[in-house]
Structures are given as structure tokens and as C-alpha cells.
Design a protein around this ligand. Structure first.
Ligand code: BTN
Length: 340
């Protein structure tokens, strides 16, 4: 697994290295093709100052390394399956109000944030057009095709130690909900602890990892994946939906990223001052499974009950045999009972 950064910084510079060059080399070509129209090999070669066969090789690299599908029609040239709205670091940084780096392809933006932490001072945000090994919760993979969705990691520093970060993943679920509402996805809801669902299908997920000293200054690596314009994916093992489907049109990924960063920032300010307690009632308003009959699983153990809400520390509250009990822990997951 190549764990090398391939980065296009907000300043616009392209970083080359032995491993990086293959994919980065294709980026100007992808930009030319991003309008979704036909471009002949001659035209592309002239625009980039290389031969037609070099163009062909770069297209092959884009297909092999990033899974970008390129159609070739004799006499007309090459085109992408549909237009791509590529991420623009400068625009996201300006509109979102964060220091932003956009990576062309990386193993995982969370892993890359972790690697950068010793040198880079939070807050900062990393986005990638493509993840080779996107991480989900509970050891699952996060499917991350090129240019379709949002793969974003925002890193913040907590001087108050890990205590201040309790229930942060629930708070970040609200950041996603607030963003979606501004972009025409109004029926999104939360599933404890931090899935975002629309019509029972998963639209976004959150994975928070920690770094630093749990008792002192520590950092939260907030990874958020949102299905934005993805139409097809044959390797996702659960029902899913994209913002495009939920809102009835393709979305501008730069706008999604900027709005999301704004919401992350404003909710983080509340969370670090007052904790999740200040956001609990808003969270419960969007809790899709409030009052529903569910099964809570942790490994082999399953508990049935009715969802009563969430506690101030982010634990799920369940009515079980006439009593309310609180459960928390990263390995827990909820499923809806059939008759609920
Ligand atoms: C989940 O399983 O619901 C959490 C998914 C989190 C995916 C995001 S995409 C950006 C960041 N980088 C990763 O490798 N994972 C998170």
C-alpha cells in the first residue's frame, strides 16, 4: 500500500515525488476533460505540450490508479462519463474559513492528517479527490471514487484533553445535517452515534480519531465522508444514497465543502465551550430512530429496547423492561427491529 501524499496545496503548487508523479501528472489532463465534452488526442496533446501517445498513457494511468472512466470514440476523441466538478482549495479555504489542502489521491485523509500533525498546527483541513484506503467505523472500508464525493478531515486541538472531546462525533453529525439543509437535502436524519441517513439509506459517515496527550493537549482528527454526486458503486455493503439523488440534482462539491467547514467550526466552538449538552436537544430533533424499537449490538451481545434519546455525554438512552439505561462505546451499533 503506497502511503505517500500526493498533494495540490491551496497555493496551487504540485508536489512531485517518485510515487506521487504518476497520478499528479494526470491532473492537468483531467482538468481539461472535466467539462464532460469530447476532446481529441491532438487537441489534448497540444494543450499540454506532449505527444498523443503520452496522452493515451496518462489516460490509462487515470483509469488504472483512480478508477476514472474515460470513453474513447474514434473520430471524436476522449470524454468523461459526465462532467466533474473538481475541488478548488483556494475557494474552499476562502469560503470555508479554514487552511485547506486538496490532495489528488491518498490512502485516507485521516491517516494523512495523522502523519502531518507533528509539523502542521491545527486547525487545518485536508480533502482528497480519491482515497485508496478510505476508513470507516469498526474497521470497515469507505468507498471513495474519484471526484464524486467529499472526503474531508478537519483537525482541531483541544487544550482540555480528551474529556472535552466526549460526544464530538455526535456534534459533527449535526454539522453535516446543517450543511445538507442549506443545500436542498431536507429529510436527512441522524442514526446514533453518527450516521446520516436519508430515507433509511446512508448518506454520510463520521470517523473521529485522536492524537496527542489524552490528559492534556490533544487533537481530534475529524473525518467526514459524504456521498455527493456518486451514482453507481458496486462494493458498498449497505443501502446508500447521494446528495444528488436526495436533492434532485448534481451538487457543487466546493460549496458542500465550504459550508461543511463553516458548520464544523461553529459547532466546535460551542462544543469546546459547553460540551455536547448544549447541542443535545437539536441532535434529538434530527434523531431518526427516537422512540423506535431497536437492537443494540456489541460483538456477540445484543440488547433489545426502545430508543429514549441521547445523554449529555453522548450515550444512547434505551428503555428496557421499564427502565432507562445508557450505553456508549465505539463498537456499538444499532439496528431497527422489523416491526418498529
Ligand atoms: C463510517 O463508517 O460511517 C465513517 C466513514 C468516514 C469516512 C471518512 S472519508 C474522510 C475520512 N478519511 C477516511 O479514511 N475516513 C473518513
Amino acid at each position: 500500500n503506497t502511503q505517500h501524499p500526493r498533494s495540490v496545496h491551496s497555493g496551487g503548487g504540485v508536489v512531485f515525488g517518485a510515487e506521487e508523479s504518476r497520478t499528479e501528472f494526470g491532473m492537468p489532463l483531467l482538468k481539461l476533460l472535466s467539462d464532460g465534452k469530447f476532446h481529441s488526442g491532438v487537441e489534448l496533446g497540444e494543450a499540454l505540450g506532449v505527444s498523443r501517445s503520452a496522452i493515451w498513457k496518462r489516460l490509462k494511468t487515470l483509469e488504472d490508479d483512480l478508477g476514472v472512466e474515460v470513453f474513447k470514440v474514434p473520430g471524436r476523441g476522449y470524454r468523461l462519463e459526465e462532467p466533474l466538478s473538481l475541488l478548488d482549495a483556494e475557494r474552499i479555504a476562502q469560503e470555508g474559513g479554514w487552511p485547506v489542502t486538496v490532495l489528488a489521491s491518498i490512502d485516507s485523509t485521516n491517516a494523512e492528517a495523522q502523519r502531518r500533525l507533528p509539523q502542521q498546527q491545527p486547525p487545518f483541513a485536508l480533502l482528497a479527490e480519491h482515497q485508496q484506503a478510505g476508513r470507516g467505523r469498526r474497521g470497515r472500508a469507505w468507498v471513495s471514487p474519484y471526484g464524486k464525493n467529499l472526503y474531508l478531515t478537519a483537525v482541531v486541538s483541544s487544550p482540555g484533553g480528551i474529556q472535552k472531546l466526549q460526544a464530538l462525533s455526535l456534534t459533527m453529525g449535526l454539522a453535516v445535517i446543517r450543511t445538507l439543509q442549506q443545500l436542498g437535502v431536507e429529510d436527512a436524519c441522524l442514526k446514533w452515534p453518527n450516521d446520516v441517513l436519508v430515507r433509511g439509506r446512508k448518506l454520510a459517515g463520521i470517523l473521529i480519531e485522536l492524537s496527542g496527550d489524552p490528559q492534556d493537549v490533544c487533537q481530534a482528527i475529524i473525518g467526514i465522508g459524504i456521498n455527493v454526486n456518486m451514482r453507481l458503486a458496486d462494493n458498498i455493503d449497505q443501502p446508500w444514497i447521494s446528495m444528488a439523488e436526495a436533492s434532485g440534482g448534481l451538487q457543487d462539491r466546493n460549496q458542500v465543502a465550504s459550508l461543511l467547514l463553516r458548520e464544523i467550526d461553529s459547532l466546535w466552538q460551542i462544543h469546546r465551550r459547553s460540551g455536547f449538552a448544549a447541542l443535545r436537544s437539536e441532535w434529538e430533533r434530527y434523531h431518526g430512530w427516537q422512540g423506535r424499537a431497536v437492537t443494540l449490538s456489541s460483538g456477540v451481545r445484543c440488547i433489545q429496547g426502545t430508543v429514549a434519546g441521547v445523554a449529555e455525554d453522548g450515550a444512547i438512552l434505551m428503555h428496557i423492561d421499564g427502565q432507562t439505561q445508557a450505553f456508549s462505546g465505539g463498537e456499538l451499533s444499532l439496528s431497527l427491529d422489523h416491526d418498529s
